[in-house]
Design a protein around this ligand. Sequence first.
Ligand SMILES: Cc1ncc(COP(=O)(O)O)c(C=O)c1O
Length: 440
Amino acid sequence: MKRLNLEKSFEYRKKVHNLIPGGAHTYSKGDDQFPYLSPAAISHGKGAYVWDLDGNKYLDCSMGLTSVSLGHAYEPVLERVRKELKKGVNFQRPSYLEAETAEKFLSLVPCHQMVKFCKNGSAATTAATKLARAYTGRKLIAFPGDHPFYSFDDWFIGKTACNKGIPEEIQNLSVTYKSTDLNTLTKLFEKFPGQIACVISEPEKNHPSQFINIDETIKITQKHGALFIQDEMVTGFKTGMPGTIARNKVMPDMATWGKGIANGFSFCALTGTKAVMELGGILNEGEEKVFLISTTHGGETHAMAAAIATIEEFLKHKVIDHMHSLGEYCSKTLQQVVDSKKCTSFVEVVHCNWMPSFIFKNKTGTADAKLRTLVLQEMIQRGVLFQGILIPSFSHKKSDVDFFAQCFGETLDIYLQALEMGVEKFLIGKECKPVFRKIT
Ligand SMILES: Cc1ncc(COP(=O)(O)O)c(C=O)c1O
């Protein structure tokens, strides 16, 4: 097979690491997350496709780290954004859109009465933990240690392998439990009685082995006088509308939202009950003020316009139904490919209607970074920008899944050869590395 021309990508790579630490503003977009034979940067996108600097076209499988829920350069969102851009984006007082967007967003989350907007998910999750500490007067933050990411701030990163630069005193203010074993959460409350301010957790993961009993998690948390923060950054606008919260029987005190709610624009939210959220208000004269979220760019008009348009499109077109039927089609089709290639012992298709994903194993049945990187390399060479998941956006069609499946089948032929002859014979460059690691 003729290899892609990646000349401009290689030039870009040579330059960028001298300009930007990590070579990108998001570690999970960095060079160490992709095979050597991959695009270094994207020139533009449209719908479910993106183009690199050399003009190569790829089917996008993770859509801006799952934030581009409708599609790249999606016209109805752009139209609304353009309208606001012409009127100015940031003023001395809030834009009139702040109240409209708040009402629209809260209409999706009936258990919550107040909302604060911001630009990044980390700002939302960190603000939620601050509010919980202020509300309860307690210090500790609890989260599942088996989950990958809740914030780039110290309270979370201090607990990962990548904790350099974060004092131990701060690391000790966060405690962890196992999301799938709620006895560990109960034990945590017993070990630190009256000290845990909040538990923050995603409500749902895509693998059956990662099942979270969210209602029980909330019950245990609230029984011990702590607040529960449901982080719907990934699940929001994917597992349901507005997220898994639509199926909750027990309601979280706060919820955090980001990826997907404004079709890739920088727009995130913290919602919560009035009792908790109004601590961050300014009407309770005489009470101590909580500096909740306050950022210069939090109320940018075009991002709010993007959120309004995204919500309207989701409701008008039943976008969640489209995503779920495509996710099911993808899980089923790709399972057939894996079965037909007799790869079931080596390639696991994680059946999930909102985030089908894949696990690549070696002959001993262990997940294998080199084999995974080989799959990425071969999929990319065939025009699929793949990192182990296929997030169905509103722009993805069945024909895109069919194209993905065809490339996957060809890739599995190489995979089987690599299992026999050694992956080094096929993989060019090094394997992808974990984002959270001690050593660069
Ligand atoms: C579950 C979860 N919470 C919070 C965040 C932080 O969001 P951001 O990257 O916008 O700061 C992420 C980001 O990946 C996430 O996956």
